[in-house]
Design a protein around this ligand. Structure first.
Ligand SMILES: Cc1cc2nc3c(=O)[nH]c(=O)nc-3n(C[C@H](O)[C@H](O)[C@H](O)COP(=O)(O)OP(=O)(O)OC[C@H]3O[C@@H](n4cnc5c(N)ncnc54)[C@H](O)[C@@H]3O)c2cc1C
Length: 466
């Protein structure tokens, strides 16, 4: 049996980046993906003949400059995906540096909104920290210097997450998306293709259609993985890009987990609250804004969050409507639009997601679109509704949470996912966590993968992986 230096689970952005860096460092690396395509969240699919759209998210946080150049992603077709600033410093993989960065961002009072270009001019009084650290204070002060309402600013911040904007501490949501967000030319799938090409060129083996079912352990450390087809792969180290719950609750026998892993993993809260509706339209929809946050007030966001907590489908769910102008997404004279709905529960109190409930979801999105583009629904020629369970099914993300866990004070930065700041290392020697639950995930696309690969390489050099 071939023995690998490292096996990477999941070929999303993090897995591709980790496998590429490990192979470039001379390790024998294998990347395993259960789907027949790479990319994970980075996907652009044909949801209606001739109409293409990203099913899970419209944009991703930019890729750190250093990685972009190292993997030559520009010449592999990924355009406008470079980030500077915070993500760079984070690649130092040093918790102290991360905390310093956080403090820098926190003291840079207008950072969360300035980065999204929402400030017309600098605010006249400090935005951050507000007395109660809630989104309302942040949004109201920021909103006073723009034409955008505080509710729209809050919705732009949440973008598919659910939160009470009046709750103390909720402003932590503003600090997690610290790098720029980008929609690469040609769609997110183009970025996945560029990353795959870089990973293969680096010498990593990329295996599609192979689901990992178990992580093997021997003498207190990981020793390889088991596959759904019955196959096994020996590896000195394993990088998991699955979220915390998926990694520990599905890839290990529950009764073999150390008690501290059991308690943290069970207590870790997922924050799934995103649904998507993809629209194919038979008109060019000229003169409309590319992105509109459709929400009536901060109070309505709070009500939608209360409904979300109760497992109800809320008529107040904030909707972000995006009109995609990339000519490769739709036939000539036609348009693709996507709606991202926030505060949509994974579990509904009155039973499973039925056809009727999906239709209601579609109707919430359509009614919102009609308010900003009168007659929107008359142009509809195709639609795809993606509810939270669909995201779980297609991506393997627990409860359909693409953020890998609720963004809350006890689950971000140095506390994500382990309270001692040891991520990407885990309580199992030789196992590294690189997916959306990892501490580094909020800092940019691929960052969690890079941080995990660097930790693995450092441990290898120090002789820990023999
Ligand atoms: C604060 C925050 C903000 C974020 N903002 C955004 C955003 O705006 N846009 C966005 O797109 N993302 C966003 N994310 C998500 C984040 O970017 C993800 O961490 C990252 O993009 C996903 O990459 P990934 O490789 O970790 O996971 P994924 O893209 O989910 O890839 C995981 C892969 O693993 C595969 N897989 C699952 N189970 C198995 C198995 N058993 N065996 C083999 N393969 C398996 C899946 O099929 C999938 O291809 C955000 C995350 C956080 C924490």
């Amino acid at each position: 049996m071939v023995r690998y230096d490292a096996a990477v689970i999941g070929a999303g952005a993090d897995g591709l980046a980790a496998a590429a860096l490990l192979a470039r460092a001379g390790l024998k690396a294998i990347l395993l993906e259960r789907n027949e395509r790479v990319g994970g969240i980075l996907a652009t699919t044909e949801f209606c003949p001739g109409f293409w759209a990203p099913p899970f998210a419209d944009h991703v946080a930019a890729i750190p400059q250093e990685l972009f150049w190292e993997l030559d992603l520009g010449r592999r077709g990924a355009l406008t995906m470079v980030a500077g600033g915070g993500a760079e410093a984070l690649l130092a993989n040093d918790l102290a540096v991360r905390r310093l960065e956080l403090l820098k961002f926190a003291s840079e009072v207008r950072a969360p909104f300035a980065r999204r270009g929402l400030f017309a001019k600098a605010p006249t009084r400090p935005v951050w920290p507000s007395e109660d650290w809630c989104i309302r204070s942040l949004a109201e002060i920021a909103g006073s210097s723009t034409e955008t309402s505080p509710a729209q600013l809050a919705a732009s911040l949440l973008d598919g997450r659910s939160c009470d904007p009046f709750a103390a501490g909720s402003a932590v949501q503003a600090l997690v998306g610290i790098s720029r967000y980008e929609e690469p030319v040609g769609g997110l799938g183009v970025l996945a293709t560029a990353l795959e090409s870089a990973t293969r060129a680096a010498g990593a083996e990329v295996k599609l259609g192979l689901e990992v079912t178990d992580i093997k352990r021997s003498r207190g450390r990981v020793s390889g993985i088991c596959l759904a087809d019955g196959g096994e792969i020996e590896a000195r180290a394993v990088v998991s890009t699955l979220d915390l719950k998926r990694t520990f609750l599905t890839l290990f026998p529950w009764n073999e987990l150390p008690p501290e892993v059991v308690s943290r993993t069970s207590q870790f809260r997922m924050g799934a609250s995103r649904a998507r509706v993809l629209f194919a339209l038979d008109a060019p929809l000229k003169g409309v804004r590319p992105t509109t946050h459709i929400v009536s007030s901060l109070q309505s966001i709070a009500e939608a969050h209360a409904n979300f907590r109760d497992g109800l489908l809320s008529g107040n769910a904030p909707v972000t409507l995006r009109i995609h102008r990339d000519p490769r997404m739709a036939p000539k004279g036609k348009t693709v639009a996507t709606a991202t709905l926030s505060a949509i529960p994974f579990r509904l109190f009155d039973g499973p997601w039925s056809h009727e409930k999906r239709e209601r979801l579609c109707e919430i999105a359509l009614s919102a679109a009609d308010t900003v583009i009168p007659g929107f629904r008359e142009h509809l020629v195709g639609v795809r509704v993606i509810a939270p369970p669909d995201i779980e099914e297609e991506l393997g993300a627990t409860e359909g949470d693409i953020f890998g866990g609720e963004i809350a004070g006890d689950q971000v930065f140095g506390y994500r996912p382990w309270l001692d700041g040891s991520c990407p290392r885990t309580p199992f020697a030789g196992l590294y966590l690189a997916g959306p639950s990892a501490a580094a995930a909020p800092y940019g696309t691929c960052v969690a993968g890079v941080v995990a690969a660097r930790a693995l390489l450092a441990d290898g050099k120090a002789g820990y992986l023999k």
